[in-house]
Design a protein around this ligand. Structure first.
Ligand code: MTE
Length: 329
């Protein structure tokens, strides 16, 4: 399938990008001067890159050399600079391992090797992949995507992975398949869950869902890496969903099973609080969360300085309307 797109409505002019680069460089300079940000590098302007040299750790995870991975030119410019990796990988939501944003040390208990991903349900070709099968069969690429959490914080992340539709095409869903159910790793012995979870009877494992048409969309992506490196466990290693036009909770981490089904699946947050977390969950500034507005978003910055984060207007479909608006016409 071939996709044609006009310039996304959030894409900045060259002049604005330069201004934003200067802004980030100024912040970096100030932080260095204050002695607070040693070792945190602002990522280079995405549009200048064409390939990513892969960190040896990702190669070790996959057990082979990758050299470089191409940056997909259609997703080289997210209209904002990528978020510092140090911030993105230390401010996470991963409720299997706790309910604070600083969950990353707990998440290191996630066992990722060996890993099996089952693809089953209403398909002609059910299959179980390991990580090596997946990454040999489906060519890896880098995409720089906006990310918008339902909690109104946002970031820009360079993911490495492959389009979800590759798995869909290999599975060949039958005409009865209408939805896809994605299940995250869960083992009660390994995952302590949130401290208050004992009182709530939480619906583990974490499950998310898409329509088959959403999974087939060019934007829908499986990530195995981030910032040129192995996906850290707190981001959902070794493979997680990335659906950038939807709120972040739709992107389930550490996927172990993908099932093609005929009914809309029950999903984790939608089961817990259906009035707050819809199944569709497309980013939409005009539809407030019952407890807060979605009209603006805060760009993830220094975690110690939460209330000084830069605020920007939220954009419908997180700016990806050219790709997905037709799914909801
Ligand atoms: N997947 C699982 N299995 N468990 C979770 O708690 N949290 C979701 C989503 N995927 C979550 C999950 C939420 S609410 C968000 S905002 C994103 O992961 C956060 O992704 P990040 O921590 O990689 O930024």
């Amino acid at each position: 399938m071939v996709f044609f797109h006009s310039k996304p409505n959030w894409q900045l002019s060259e002049q604005q990008v330069t201004a934003e680069t200067a802004f980030w460089n100024r912040r970096r300079f100030m932080k260095t001067m204050m002695g607070a940000g040693v070792g945190i590098a602002v990522a280079p302007l995405a549009a200048c890159q064409t390939t990513r040299t892969i960190d040896p750790k990702l190669e070790r995870t996959l057990g082979r050399s990758l050299g470089t991975v191409p940056l997909n030119a259609a997703f080289a410019d997210a209209g904002r600079l990528p978020t510092d990796q140090a911030y993105a990988s230390s401010y996470n939501n991963y409720y299997e391992f706790g309910s604070t944003k600083g969950v990353w040390p707990n998440a290191q208990a996630l066992p990722t090797d060996p890993w099996r991903l089952e693809v089953s349900g209403l398909v002609k070709n059910p299959q179980t992949y390991d990580l090596d099968d997946l990454t040999r069969r489906f060519p890896l690429e880098e995409r720089i995507y906006r990310f918008r959490c339902v909690e109104a914080w946002a970031m820009v992340v360079p993911w490495i992975g492959f389009p979800m539709r590759y798995i869909l095409e290999a599975a060949e869903p039958t005409s009865a398949a209408k939805f896809v159910r994605f299940t995250s790793y869960y083992d009660a012995q390994v995952c302590p869950g949130p401290a208050y979870g004992f009182a709530l009877n939480l619906p583990w494992p974490y499950v998310e869902g898409l329509t088959v048409a959403e999974m087939a969309n060019d934007l829908a992506f499986f990530a195995v890496g981030i910032y040129g490196r192995t996906l850290p466990k707190q981001h959902g290693a070794p493979i997680r969903m990335v659906v950038p036009w939807k709120y972040g909770f739709k992107g389930a981490k550490a996927i172990v099973k993908i099932e093609f089904v005929d009914q809309q699946p029950a999903t984790y947050w939608n089961t817990i609080a259906p009035n707050e977390y819809g199944f569709e969950a497309n980013v939409n500034p005009a539809v407030p969360h019952p407890r807060w507005s979605q009209a603006t978003e805060r760009l993830l910055g220094e975690t110690t300085n939460l209330f000084n984060w830069e605020t920007q207007p939220t954009v419908i479909y997180n700016g990806y309307g050219d790709y997905v608006a037709n799914l909801y016409a």
